[in-house]
Ligand binder design. Structure first.
Ligand SMILES: [Zn+2]
Length: 362
């Protein structure tokens, strides 16, 4: 059996999927936050759709019992460094391998690597990042480098900017190892990971509904993308900050809400833009999210307006510190409260929420 066959066999046996590590404010039917809003909460905090990070598979295991001598003889030929297939790649720490991002946004790419159990691999001295635009030629991404961890190679990739006049570009990224020059002949090679694909949209070229909902955040979240939901990304919400598709707006449903003023509808973009700030100000990866959630709970609290003469909007069941932060950030920009998770933004919360707009963590 060739080394390649053994790699393939073990791959089939070793797939492991863990349950999602993220628990966020669930969707579910909202309670009307104000009478004029026809029963919709502003959004869900993030989409829980398709976000399960995949655990990298276990190292390869030899199932046959070899004599010690045979193992030793074969081990010398098997210090191979290789990548697992595409399903183990991660984009910004999530288990999907395609995404939509706005021009000017960077991503994190991870690929699981493997070798044979019990064999110390010869690690490549460097792991480069390669990109190809719209299916063109693979070229090296300057300033990006893969770091080899215990199970994953991780690379932070600088922002991609779509050239003026181009609507969008599909960019594939992969990791490529510097050729190993020592050790057994079979180990002396360069290997490439499978790819992830990002559609980068040029916000300056937005038209129609994309332009409408990008306009209120052009100066707040200039690098964000606005996806108009046609496939149910937002589920039963009218807007969402989705890990895979970015700020997503259900424009068709909003069109049916004829009693809701435009300023409120555009406020959805601002609220989602605040979620984007939460994500990117905290590092822009799934790995950083729990830190943000914990910090949000320290700052954003379920309190009422201390002034007995001012009624506080009751808190929706989906109220959470994370959502309250986005609400308060939105109110700093657009104070109307047609849509809100309810509650009261106190001075400390407004100050903290304001930091989001300065690209800082609260
Ligand atoms: Zn929200």
């Amino acid at each position: 059996m060739s080394a390649g066959r053994r790699l393939a066999t073990a791959l089939a046996a070793a797939a492991v999927i863990v349950s999602p590590t993220l628990v966020v404010a669930g969707p579910a039917g909202g309670v009307p936050s104000t009478p004029s809003v026809e029963g919709r909460t502003p959004d869900s905090g993030v989409s829980t759709r398709d976000v399960q990070p995949l655990a990298p598979p276990a190292p390869l295991v030899r199932s046959t019992a070899d004599s010690a001598r045979a193992v030793a003889a074969k081990a010398a030929r098997r210090p191979l460094f290789a990548f697992w297939g595409r399903k183990y790649n991660r984009l910004d720490g999530f288990g999907f391998t395609t995404a939509v991002r706005g021009s000017g946004t960077g991503i994190q790419l991870q690929a699981a690597w493997k070798t044979y159990r019990g064999v110390k691999p010869i690690l490549p001295k460097k792991v480069f990042v390669q990109a190809r635009v719209d299916g063109g030629k693979w070229t090296r991404v300057p300033g990006a480098r893969g770091k080899i961890g215990r199970t994953l190679v991780t690379a932070r990739i600088p922002a991609h900017v779509v050239p003026a006049g181009i609507v969008a570009q599909n960019v594939d990224y992969r990791l490529k190892t510097k050729k190993i020059t020592k050790g057994p002949r079979k180990a002396r090679r360069s290997v490439a990971s499978d790819r992830v694909t990002v559609r980068f949209e040029n916000q300056a070229m937005y038209t129609g509904e994309q332009a409408r909902f990008y306009a209120p955040i052009a100066n707040l979240c200039p690098n964000a993308s606005v996806t108009i939901d046609t496939t149910g990304i937002t589920e039963d919400h009218t807007g969402v900050f989705d890990w895979q598709y970015g700020i997503t707006i259900d424009a068709a449903t909003l069109a049916t809400l004829t009693r809701e003023p435009e300023v409120s509808k555009l406020g959805i973009s601002i609220h989602e833009c605040a979620h984007a700030k939460q994500f990117y100000n905290w590092g822009g990866t799934n790995q950083d999210w729990s830190t943000l959630v914990a910090r949000s709970a320290e700052v954003f609290v379920a309190d009422n307006n201390p002034d007995p003469n001012v009624a506080t909007v009751p808190m929706a069941p989906e109220w959470s510190p994370l959502e309250h932060a986005a609400d308060c950030a939105k109110e700093l920009i657009s104070p109307e409260r047609y849509r809100t998770y309810g509650g009261y933004c106190n001075a400390a919360e407004y100050a903290a929420a304001g930091l989001l707009w300065q690209n800082q963590r609260y």
